[in-house]
Design a binder for this molecule. Structure first.
Ligand code: SAH
Length: 394
């Protein structure tokens, strides 16, 4: 087996079980490993650190599969890891909460490069790295066997694949997967476009937060920005909102949202769908003096990594400032960031700055985060990416 020998001192993060090897940490490569091959990672002194997948085109040149020298990376290895991931999901999301959940969350399940979401009888698999690509067929076969799902749809079309030198791929992979389906979430039905929707079709990570915010919507005029297929909108309507203005840049997402309102027989006359850029729309509402009682801000990822943090921070500050300005006294701002490059403390600082500049006195009444089917590995803090605050304007 080929090996990567690290520069002196660069073994420290691996000893703390952080599973990434950066190209700058590697002193030399022994052998002639190809993309996706399993390689050994050794310290400058030659000590075994881990066994991982080689990604020559990426800045993250290897990701650890196992820390144990005695453990081979083979089909039996992937069976054990998948069984463990599935077992870990047993208790965290009950059937009453949803029939859709994340079954495999990459590094947090010891399976870097693999995301697997379940939507009813269909699994959606996302393969993001050269290492995962090499084991894609093995993992697909195992998933079908271990879950009893009807089929697997592959949505390997995330931008990050480009960094790995992998082409995008989106197609049925095993069995007979649905291309669209209706999932249940906290008593509501939601149509999910598996073949064309964002990510693997839906934002499963916000499940609990949608329910939480919905319960706060009673008799409020709600503005749901970045609404996608109307997840928060449905929950707000079900929670007794007076009205919901649902805004998104994607007309397709809004059309799906309107369909979801009908599907649940929720009051269509209380919801309005607006296609447009949230930055512009919020400014316009501010200039018109419009007011709401609950503003939800769930923008896309502005900062995929810490390198984008500064520009992203300006974006968050901007929309949160506008969000605060649009609230009546006693109003609530439910604001989120799914940027890995902005941690919870920085996000809170940004929101505090926004409140200050908006001239409002606000308090945090709740801290929110990604759902329990997106567990956070303590050794890999990057796996904690979604954070949210519910702020009350006093
Ligand atoms: N809240 C949603 C998920 C939102 S994802 C849920 O619970 O399911 C982010 C959404 O922002 C996407 O639907 C995307 O189309 C939209 N979007 C991206 N940039 C935007 C912009 N500048 N203005 C408005 N919407 C935008």
């Amino acid at each position: 087996m080929s090996s990567l020998i690290l520069k002196p001192g660069r073994e420290k993060s691996l000893q703390r079980r952080h599973p990434w090897v950066f190209s700058g940490a590697v002193a030399k490569i022994k052998g002639d490993p190809q993309a996706g091959d399993t390689v050994e990672i050794r310290s400058a002194e030659g000590g075994f650190l881990g066994r991982g997948a080689y990604s020559p085109s990426s800045n993250i040149v290897a990701r650890i599969w196992t820390w144990r020298e005695s453990e081979a990376v083979d089909a039996a290895f992937f069976r054990r890891r998948l069984e463990a991931a599935l077992a870990a999901r047993q208790a965290v999301v009950s059937r009453e909460e949803s029939d859709a959940l994340r079954l495999v969350y990459a590094e947090s399940d010891g399976l870097p490069g693999f995301i697997v979401d379940r939507y009813g009888d269909t699994l959606v698999m996302q393969v993001g790295t050269a290492g995962a690509e090499a084991w894609r067929d093995t993992v697909a076969d195992l998933l079908l066997e271990l879950t009893g799902a009807k089929g697997i749809y592959e949505r390997s079309d995330a931008d990050a694949r480009e960094l790995e030198g992998l082409p995008p791929r989106s197609a049925p992979l095993r069995g007979e997967p649905a291309t669209e389906t209706v999932i249940r979430e906290h008593g509501l039905s939601l149509k999910v476009d598996i073949a064309h929707g964002h990510k693997t079709g839906f934002y499963l990570d916000q499940r609990a937060n949608r329910a939480r915010v919905g319960l706060l919507a009673k008799e409020r005029e709600v503005l749901n920005c970045f609404s996608y297929s109307g997840g928060f909108t449905l929950h707000a309507l079900a929670g007794g909102a007076k009205s919901v203005l649902s805004l998104d840049a994607s007309g397709d997402a809004l059309a799906l949202g309107a369909e979801n309102v009908r599907l649940n027989s929720l009051p269509e006359d209380r919801v309005q769908w607006l296609e447009g850029d949230a930055f512009k729309a919020l400014r316009k509402f501010r200039d018109e003096g419009r007011k709401f009682d609950l503003v939800i801000l769930d923008p896309p990822k502005f900062a995929p990594t810490a390198a984008h943090a500064e520009k992203a921070a300006r974006g968050y500050k901007d929309i949160n400032l506008l969000g605060f300005k649009l609230l009546r006294p006693g109003g609530l701002l439910a604001t989120f960031s799914c940027s890995g490059g902005i941690d919870a403390a920085l996000f809170q600082k940004i929101v505090a700055g926004a409140a200050l500049d908006a001239g409002v006195d606000a308090t945090i009444v709740d801290y929110l985060h990604q759902g329990p089917d997106h567990p956070v590995s303590l050794a890999f803090p990057e796996s904690a990416y979604l954070k949210g605050l519910i702020c009350r304007v006093n």
